[in-house]
Design a protein around this ligand. Sequence first.
Ligand code: ATP
Length: 367
Amino acid sequence: MAQVLLEHVWKIYEGKVEAVKDANFTVEDKEFVVLLGPSGCGKTTTLRMIAGLEEITKGTIKIDNRIVNDVEPKDRDIAFVFQNYALYPHMTVYENMAFGLKLRKVPKDEIEKRVREAARILEIEHLLDRKPRQLSGGQRQRVAVGRAIVRNPKVFLFDEPLSNLDAKLRVQMRAELKKLHMRLEATIVYVTHDQVEAMTMADKIVIMKDGVIQQIGSPYEVYNRPANIFVAGFIGSPSMNFLNGKIIRGEGGLWVKTSGLKLKVPAEYEDKLANYIDKDIVFGIRPENIYDKMFAIAPKPENTAEVTVDVVEPLGSETLLHVVAGDDRLVARVNAKSQAKEGQKIDLVFDMTTMNIFDKDTEKELL
Ligand code: ATP
């Protein structure tokens, strides 16, 4: 069992910088939890407090039900993989991986067994005699992970471990870390600012902004039911469209009205929006939920709007249309076979079942 629990955890640097404000979350045994957010949101500080590398200003951190606030990092049974790998340049790969175990006075044959097993899992057996400078970025990354694996810790902590790798290698290592997680059945807390990494690897995502947790949920939940405008805009690429508008009563029920669009609210959402009639809201819709009418299934007048195409960006597998309607500007990710041309008026179909409606003032999601 390896569970990590944060209760009302605060970090205030030098009595004034509130880096983490009242963090509460649980990392369950064998769970892969990603702390996600923009630079400066407090995710690294949170990870370092779990590791014991940073003192907790207020609150409690428990590992396996034991309060660890005052426990030294080396006694917490955790392994930390840093962004820069922190390998010892004068040691071989083998020695780097064995070093922590030697310090802990693990018998030599046991060290040998664990290093070889980790090297086998990570496919770096042929590199054990090399020095770090003789390795590629991806190989160094693997050695850093190997050093953590041999410790067989309760919890693995990763701080942006893929950020120094090129894009292709990052995609590959992402899949490998995911496989490793399943194979080791490890409890992992992983920090990144890359929403794709978070979406692809996490069982659970903790999204932070300005030291405050914005939402905790599965990738599916944070993508489809973001708690507020910040989360909705941070997850997904290209970003969700946000348009100022109102909910109005009209023919057959409620409608979303913005400067350039008038679209029907699906019946299942009407109850939730009943108190928002004629009030200011923000209408959110993802680019992939807007279709070129030529390729839409069963378009209806109530979910279709005429727009003017501003820019066409063909990506090969799909096409991005930047369009204008009244004062609204939005992006649609449409079928690559779309014939839409710049300057042309076209009909777009909106999948309104996927929409989000946010309170204009609180920016919270209402559905
Ligand atoms: P990044 O992705 O850039 O590493 P982050 O989300 O991990 O960002 P933190 O490194 O946790 O953010 O920093 C959170 C806040 O705390 C920032 O405003 C940062 O400037 C501040 N901070 C971090 N370390 C210290 C420190 N030692 N002293 C004072 N302020 C600090």
